[in-house]
Design a protein around this ligand. Structure first.
Ligand SMILES: Nc1ncnc2c1ncn2[C@@H]1O[C@H](COP(=O)(O)OP(=O)(O)OP(=O)(O)O)[C@@H](O)[C@H]1O
Length: 241
C-alpha cells in the first residue's frame, strides 16, 4: 500500500471565536484522490484553508509526509509539497496566462521556471494558444485549467482543490475531470477535493467522505458510495437536516 502523505487528527479551527471544524480526522495516501462532499456552508473551504495554513488550527494535528506542519507557515507547507487551488480560482486578472504560470514557478531558478512552464503547457494543451492572453478575459473553464497549471508549476505532491466545478459549463467540467485524473496518475499526485457536485466526485475520487457542519463522516470507497447511506445523508443535508 502507498505511503500516507497527509494525516489529520482532531483538527479544529474557525473564525474569531466561532468554531467551524469540530475535530476532523482524515488520511490521504500518495497517489490517492479523496473527495469530501458537502453543501454550502458546511466547512469545506475552511478545512482546505486550515490544511494550507491560511487559517490557524485551534486544535489537533496536521502531518504532511510524516512531519508535523500544524503550526508551519503557508509558504513552508507549499515548499513541503502542498498546493491549494482556491475556490473562485483567484487568477491574476491583469497578468497573462504565462505570467500566471510564472507566479506558480517562482521558487524555481529562471531557467528551470521556463522548463517547468513548458512542461505544464504540454500537459494542459488548452493553455497553449492563450499564453499571451490576460487572465481576466478567460472563460471560467479556462481559468480553472490555468489555476491547475499554476498550482502544478510549484511541483506539488498534494493538491487541495476547492469546488473546481463551480460556475463552469458541463462540457468543460468533464474535460477538467479527465485532465485531473490523467495528471494525477502520470505524476503520482494526491488530490484532496472538496465539492458539492456529486457526479464530478464519483468520476474522479478513490474514496469519499461527507462533511456536515464541520464534522466528517467515515470514508467509503467511491464505488460503494451510493449504497453506503452517505448518499442519503448528503441529500438530507440539502434540505437542512
Ligand atoms: N471569513 C469568515 N469569517 C467568518 N465566518 C466565515 C468566514 N468564512 C466562512 N465563514 C463561515 O464558516 C462556515 C463554513 O464556511 P465554508 O466557506 O468553509 O463552507 P463551504 O462548505 O466551503 O461552503 P461553500 O460551498 O458555500 O463555499 C459558514 O458558516 C461561513 O459562513
Amino acid at each position: 500500500m502507498a505511503e500516507t502523505l497527509l494525516q489529520i487528527s482532531g483538527l479544529r479551527s474557525g473564525y474569531g471565536r466561532i468554531p467551524i471544524l469540530h475535530g476532523i480526522d482524515l488520511e490521504l495516501r500518495q497517489g490517492e484522490c479523496l473527495g469530501i462532499l458537502g453543501h454550502n456552508g458546511m466547512g469545506k473551504s475552511t478545512l482546505l484553508r486550515t490544511i494550507a495554513g491560511h487559517i490557524p488550527a485551534t486544535g489537533g494535528t496536521i502531518l504532511l509526509g510524516g512531519k508535523d506542519v500544524t503550526k508551519a507557515s503557508p509558504a513552508f507547507r507549499a515548499r513541503a509539497g502542498l498546493g491549494l487551488i482556491p475556490q473562485g480560482r483567484q487568477i491574476f486578472a491583469q497578468l497573462t496566462v504565462r505570467e500566471n504560470l510564472a507566479v506558480g514557478a517562482h521558487q524555481a531558478s529562471p531557467g528551470e521556471a521556463i522548463r517547468i512552464i513548458d512542461e505544464v503547457v504540454e500537459d494542459l494543451p488548452r493553455l497553449k494558444p492563450i499564453l499571451t492572453r490576460e487572465g481576466g478575459v478567460l472563460s471560467g473553464g479556462e481559468q480553472q485549467i490555468l489555476a491547475l497549471g499554476r498550482c502544478l508549476c510549484a511541483r506539488p505532491k498534494l493538491i487541495l482543490m476547492d469546488e473546481p466545478t463551480e460556475g463552469i459549463q458541463p462540457s468543460i467540467i468533464e474535460e477538467i475531470r479527465d485532465t485531473l485524473r490523467r495528471l494525477a496518475r502520470a505524476r503520482n499526485l494526491s488530490v484532496l477535493l472538496v465539492e458539492q457536485n456529486l457526479e464530478f466526485m464519483l468520476g474522479l475520487t478513490d474514496r469519499m467522505q461527507i462533511i456536515q457542519r464541520g464534522e466528517l463522516s467515515h470514508a467509503v470507497p467511491t464505488n460503494a458510495f451510493r449504497d453506503s447511506g452517505l448518499a442519503q445523508e448528503f441529500d438530507l443535508q440539502a434540505t437542512g437536516y
